[in-house]
Design a protein around this ligand. Structure first.
Ligand SMILES: [Zn+2]
Length: 86
């Protein structure tokens, strides 16, 4: 009996989460989730994803990562985000 070699192929799935800790209450916010940013969609027209997955050198581009006026769902503090680590 010959060994049956079955090649299976599936597509991969990329999950992206971009976290910040609220500077006031420490709540961990996923910038891509409106229900964690007080109902604000900060990824309008891919604004966050384009910065998170830039076409240039990520190490340089991520220093420029910027999202203004993020509001924490929990305590309603508004703050700016600058820089992205991963
Ligand atoms: Zn907060």
């Amino acid at each position: 009996m010959a060994d049956l070699e079955i090649e299976m192929e599936v597509s991969a799935r990329l999950d992206i989460e971009v976290f910040v800790d609220c500077p006031h209450c420490g709540y961990m916010i996923d910038l891509l989730k409106e229900d964690e940013t007080d109902g604000q969609n900060h990824n309008d027209e891919g604004y966050i994803l384009a910065q998170a997955c830039p076409s240039g050198l990520w190490i340089d581009e991520h220093e420029k990562f910027e999202v203004d006026e993020v509001t924490c769902t929990k305590c309603k503090t508004t703050f700016n985000v600058k820089g992205l680590e991963w």
